[in-house]
Write a protein that binds this ligand. Sequence first.
Ligand code: 13P
Ligand code: SF4
Length: 352
Amino acid sequence: MALKPAAVAPTSSELEIEAARLADKGLAGLGYRDEELERAARLTWRINRLKKEQRAVIPAHVYQRPEILLGVADLVGDSYRLAKLCADADAKSIIFCGVRFMAETAKILSPDKEVLLPAPEAGCSLSESISAADVRALKKKHPGAPVAVYINTTAAVKAECDVVVTSANAPKILRKLFAEHEQVIFAPDAMMGKNLAKELGKKLGEELIIWEGTCIVHNNFDATSVEFYRKMYPGVKILAHFECTPALTSVVDYIGGTGDMMKWVADHKSSSYMLITECGLGDLARTKFPDKVFVPMCRLCPHMKSVTLERVLSALESPSAAQRIDVPAAVAARALRPIQRMFELSEDKASS
Ligand code: 13P
Ligand code: SF4
């Protein structure tokens, strides 16, 4: 009797080749031992096989585990890049290695594809900090002010706003909104809101109205240790994510989203860097820039790290109801407009 494809396991030589491929991709350089490479290879071999059979695509956010980013992902990037790439992907299904708001955005942009989230409980403290009713109340309190919401929000929240933004385009889009309005609402990340107010020269609470959400990862870095690290690693270039506190972003060399942080590293010739964000970015940077030194100062996001190879395999072999992403059609239709508006404004070359 023929075996079901899912039950097929690699031969020992296939396993050896797969483990060597993972080592070469960068896992060896990150310190994966032989037994860890073999364990990962057993799973990546099956995932990559099923992915092809099912015409599935695997997007992965840069905070995902290295064995996911380097072993099975087809698309890797920040929130903006993944939203764009998923919309254009030629596939029957999307196995989203990231958190719920990202998978929901993929579903809104690709309603005909099946979207699966391997770790269905993977949320985000920002997304959980604000509801659609909260946005409606903000609009009532500040009539006429356009509402820009961070992509780290539920579909229901996006449905209430005028434009979605990510860390890759928030300053550009808010500048455009301020060109036409005296007051703009930005939610839910208070730290990013404060950083934006400073960058755009706008008064908090008067010109820029913010919400009190925070990221459990980025809100907890200690700004005072930056001085210590500068003394310990002379010449180190320190980069911080937009979601970090203003106390921290005011003492670093560069503030941006994950995509722009990677670009900044690529464009600079310093010998050492510190990426103050989730640890996944530093791991990826070590594999992309093996000649540069990355001083560790990072924290793990429990939501992002709840995605494992085992769970990716389960989504391909026997997806559970909880792993299937479903956005009610009426909400999806209303949330699509501000996402498309983001694409238009973000890619508008007329101004930046
Ligand atoms: P980026 O869009 O910069 O990758 O950020 C996503 C995120 O969740 C940051 O915590
Ligand atoms: Fe959300 Fe912060 Fe995790 Fe990003 S790092 S997914 S903002 S909790």
